[in-house]
Design a protein around this ligand. Structure first.
Ligand code: SF4
Length: 355
């Protein structure tokens, strides 16, 4: 059962409570390059991203936010470290959320100013604790970045905001070490009812980062912990969104687009199953309505899976059988089988959209 958390609003997207678990990503170009930022945001939106974050390292980046926020297809989060003036500029520019740690901003009056302006605009703040940048005294107390230390840091930042009667808070306690991250979120979830933003930080390249994120984020979500997720990968941010959606889909938490079941292939296969499955996945990436598609190598498990799927294909000796709603509808050659399946899925998606 999902843990009940407070609900905050990030532009038109809600985080927490019973709002759908949102998928976030981050632009990966110089924020001053507004056309490129907007291009990346459009690509992320098409891939199903709900909320986008942009780094705001300097005044020029903060100045670019006005155009970015005006044109963005997604709610925008400004990622700010240390400088309260950048936070104020971001708020003036119309950002929908701030990611900043109030304990790192300095004098109390600076925090008060930012909090007052955020509150006036209904803009929430994410406290983002990272195992790699814990406060010195906490590191000294625990010896190394422990889950307990990370949670202590998060609660310390949250207390500053609570003291100013600000509760539109989201918290993350990310680590690159998956067990540390899992324990930190579990501990935090016992202590607060703020919505939690899940992520494995510096997760790595597409392969290792996907596995680490699926294990870390997936374990927590399976326990009912987490309200929004960000998969961090050292690659195109669109991949982060694809992986994020696959995590949610695999746990049955949200549906969007095609859920592909494919057999791993074996010595019985008589078509190039691996190539067919990869091509099907690639060519159905644009479908945004939920559909189950099965690609099976042979008749051993093919018909069974095909009955469970909306559209399925199973291979024979150089041929494929297209199955729709459990009924065989068409025999195709190996060359035509992907085209036939894609065409059928597109037709069904169009019907579903029109319904
Ligand atoms: Fe092998 Fe057929 Fe099973 Fe695929 S469906 S793994 S080809 S037995």
């Amino acid at each position: 059962m999902r843990k009940k958390t407070r609900r905050v609003r990030v532009g038109r997207v809600e985080i927490g409570g019973d709002a759908p678990i949102s998928v976030q990503s981050m632009t990966k170009c110089d924020t001053r390059d507004v056309p490129e930022v907007l291009r990346q945001i459009r690509a992320l939106a098409e891939a199903g991203c709900d909320i986008v974050r942009v780094a705001v390292p300097n005044e020029e980046a903060a100045a670019a936010l006005r155009d970015i926020c005006r044109e963005s297809a997604l709610p925008v989060v400004a990622d700010i470290h240390f400088d309260y003036r950048l936070a104020l500029k971001a708020l003036e520019a119309g950002v929908d959320k701030l990611r900043l740690n109030p304990g790192n901003i300095g004098a109390r009056w600076k925090i008060e100013t930012v909090v007052r302006e955020a509150k006036a605009r209904g803009v929430p703040i994410r406290i983002g604790v990272n195992a790699g940048s814990l406060e010195k005294d906490i590191l000294e107390k625990y010896g190394y970045p422990t889950p307990e230390g990370m949670v202590e840091s998060a609660l310390r930042h949250a207390a500053i905001l609570e003291d100013l009667d600000f509760r539109d808070i989201v918290i993350s306690v990310k680590a690159s070490n998956v067990p540390t991250m899992i324990r930190a979120y579990r501990l935090l979830s016992e202590k607060v009812d703020y919505p939690l933003h899940l992520g494995v930080t510096e997760a790595g390249t597409t392969f290792s980062g996907t596995v680490k994120s699926a294990v870390g984020i997936g374990s927590l979500l399976a326990d009912g912990i987490g309200d929004t997720i960000r998969v961090s990968l050292a690659t195109d941010p669109v991949e982060e969104v694809r992986v994020g959606w696959e995590i949610l889909r695999s746990l049955g938490l949200r549906t969007r687009g095609v859920n592909i079941v494919a057999c791993p292939s074996c010595g019985r296969v008589q078509i190039d199953l691996v190539k067919v499955a990869e091509e099907v996945e690639k060519r159905l990436g644009h479908i945004d309505v939920p559909l189950n598609v099965a690609v099976m190598g042979c008749v051993v498990n093919g018909p069974g899976e095909a009955r469970e799927a909306d559209v399925a294909l199973f291979g024979g000796k150089g041929v494929g059988m297209l199955v729709v709603d459990g009924e065989p509808v068409r025999r195709t050659t190996e060359e035509e089988m992907v085209d036939a399946l894609v065409q059928k899925v597109e037709e069904m998606a169009a019907e579903l959209r029109a319904a």
